[in-house]
Unconditional design. Structure first.
Length: 337
């Protein structure tokens, strides 16, 4: 089966074609970073309008890349939620219209399920079961994954997500938008050990996270230090080290608690170089394995949506009638397949 995947949950328009026999055939992505940078963050109305402009040209692009036509499509998967309501409605409307016009089923995909399953697109995918660390701008969660749709929440952030903490801290330090990647680049130039920041909930005894206080600690530290480039880099380095230490410790604790030996890391923060280095080293010492999607699939993309839709269709998930969206949608509300 040839599955078309559409992603439009926030500020990136993604389109992809996935074949259940031949794998990923083509994908394309348009980022709205340049447009939103002028405003210092995502403007939902502008995001929705840009998805309208970009979706069909990207669809034509991936069809040409794959050497396929609309008539070759056997099913359409689109991001149904969570995300910005207006942005989601663009993908849902296009997906439902194509499904109706082509007389093929449509599948509404949970955005986080797409991220969680994205490492399965790799040549050497993880086998079920595994523990998943989902780290993005809006979510930081640890899940025990027994199969598609069989997810048990082990722990989550009680306030800011890790990616959100990166973005807010970057803004405090006067960095540009998007703040997270800018802060990571600055941190790589910093001197480790010059500053020490708190490790929130590191010894809480559970698998939950909290990062809002870390942002406040950075603000307090920055106010009492000279405003030179090296000092800012050292503060960024200390912040990144704190986030990575907490994420790594909690992920290792989750593996131990679940009695599993495989960890999947997905979401935008999963592209962080230091996080990957620390996890790779500590997971290897435990004789376990860690799996990541390609860097291009850490951020939002259509490939993960097409793949998740393919898995749902494989196990008989019914097609969706209409094009309703779910801006708020917990991952553990999904039905198992």
């Amino acid at each position: 089966m040839l599955i078309l995947g559409l992603e439009s949950s926030c500020d990136e328009t993604g389109v992809a074609l996935y074949d259940t026999e031949d794998g990923l055939l083509a994908h394309a992505l348009h980022s709205q970073i340049a447009m939103h940078a002028e405003y210092g963050g995502v403007v939902p109305e502008l995001a929705s309008r840009d998805h309208i402009r970009r979706t069909l040209p990207l669809l034509r692009q991936v069809l040409n890349q794959a050497g396929r036509t609309l008539e070759d499509i056997d099913a359409v998967g689109y991001t149904q939620g969570p995300g910005l309501a207006g942005a989601l409605l663009v993908g849902a409307s296009v997906g439902a219209a194509l499904g109706y016009a082509l007389s093929v089923p449509t599948i509404g995909v949970h955005h986080l399920e797409g991220h969680l399953l994205s490492p399965l697109l790799e040549p050497h995918p993880p086998a079920f079961p595994f523990v998943a660390l989902l780290v993005s701008g809006g979510h930081t969660q640890l899940m025990e994954v027994q199969g598609v749709g069989r997810y048990q929440l082990l722990g989550e952030t009680l306030d800011d997500a890790a990616g959100e903490a990166f973005d807010k801290t970057a803004k405090l330090l006067g960095l540009g938008y998007p703040g997270g990647p800018a802060l990571s680049r600055l941190a790589d130039q910093g001197q480790a050990g010059r500053f020490k920041l708190p490790r929130p909930m590191l010894n809480s005894g559970d698998l939950n996270f909290s990062f809002s206080g870390l942002k406040t600690a950075v603000l307090t530290l920055a106010r009492n230090q000279p405003d030179d480039e090296q000092t800012l880099a050292d503060i960024a380095c200390a912040f990144q080290e704190a986030i990575v230490e907490v994420l790594t410790a909690k992920a290792l604790a989750a593996i131990k608690q679940a009695g599993l030996s495989r960890l999947v890391v997905a979401g935008g923060v999963g592209a962080n170089r230091l996080l990957r280095e620390k996890l790779n080293a500590k997971i290897a010492r435990r004789g376990a394995e860690v799996f990541y999607p390609k860097l291009e699939f850490c951020t939002d993309n259509g490939a993960m949506i097409a793949y998740a839709a393919a898995q749902r269709l494989k196990f008989g998930t019914p097609a969706i009638e209409g094009f309703g969206v779910r801006p708020r949608w917990e991952l553990d509300e999904l039905e198992a397949v």
